[in-house]
Design a binder for this molecule. Structure first.
Ligand SMILES: [Mg+2]
Length: 271
């Protein structure tokens, strides 16, 4: 009888312990951590040799495309290549890593502090490609949504990293994040052979501010351009793709982000 009572008590304790474990687990899943996907993305960018390979692949392919154009095409204007800066030619993953380690989120101050260090490295293959393009008489333009206030630091960083850059060819954000007007400035004088970027707005303004399904449809409508006029690099860290998950709501709370992530994880293949 005493033994039975002891076993009953032990079972009761085990049940209470497992219930407590369940409660604490659900609290973990319920607790919003806006950085949780950043950890995986940053680990991948900083450690996966596959990321390096993708970057070389993009720039090797860009060289092939430009070389073909130089050999076989004639244009009335001089040629230009237009590249975005962040996560297209400069690697800002140390900034992301520091945010995670310090438990911070992106803000203007910490971004300014990072960019003013001007010590971001070039992505694998980027300096070689743009140096070669420049040596072929192709004008290299950098069209970035870094704010104009970061001009000196950005110019210095591109120079230090070894990129061929002229001050007049560094087109930063002044009044609008839309890049179309700056691409137009280039187009007025040059034939743009290639656009390179890591987010859709680097290629055409029609993608800006669109919801997820429209982004996919528009990418499909331009399927001939990818790998031809447009060369895209992977960026799982941030970008318009993430804002599209949140219906482009720039005021979304961490809890809202968590709900959006859960809503957009599909356990079955999509149509
Ligand atoms: Mg970028």
């Amino acid at each position: 009888m005493v033994i039975n009572k002891g076993i009953f008590m032990m079972k009761k304790i085990a049940l209470i312990l497992s219930l407590l474990a369940l409660v604490s687990c659900s609290q973990i899943t319920q607790k919003s951590n806006p950085q949780s996907f950043m950890v995986g993305a940053t680990l991948w960018i900083q450690n996966a040799a596959e990321y390096r390979a993708l970057s070389y692949q993009a720039f090797n392919f860009a060289k092939q495309r430009l070389n073909t154009d130089l050999k076989y095409r004639k244009h009335s204007k001089r040629r230009a290549v237009v590249v975005d800066v962040d996560e297209t030619v400069l690697d800002n993953s140390p900034f992301q890593a520091k945010l995670i380690i310090d438990g911070e989120s992106y803000n203007r101050e910490n971004w300014k502090e990072w960019t003013e260090k001007a010590n971001a490295h070039g992505l694998p293959g980027a300096v070689d490609f743009l140096t070669w393009a420049n040596s072929q008489g192709v004008e290299v333009f950098y069209v970035t949504n870094r704010n104009i206030g970061l001009f000196d630091a950005t110019y210095k960083n591109l120079k230090t990293a070894g990129f061929p850059v002229k001050k007049e060819n560094l087109l930063m954000k002044t009044t609008t994040g839309k890049k179309g007007p700056r691409r137009k400035q280039v187009l007025d004088r040059f034939h743009i052979v290639l656009l390179m970027g890591d987010t859709l707005g680097d290629f055409d303004d029609i993608f800006d501010g669109k919801p997820l399904d429209a982004r996919a449809t528009l990418v499909d409508s331009k399927k001939k351009d990818w790998g031809n006029r447009f060369i895209i690099l992977p960026n799982p860290l941030y970008g318009d793709w993430e804002w599209a998950l949140y219906n482009n709501n720039y005021k979304i709370t961490p809890q809202g982000k968590q709900r959006a992530w859960e809503k957009h994880l599909y356990p079955e293949p999509l149509n």
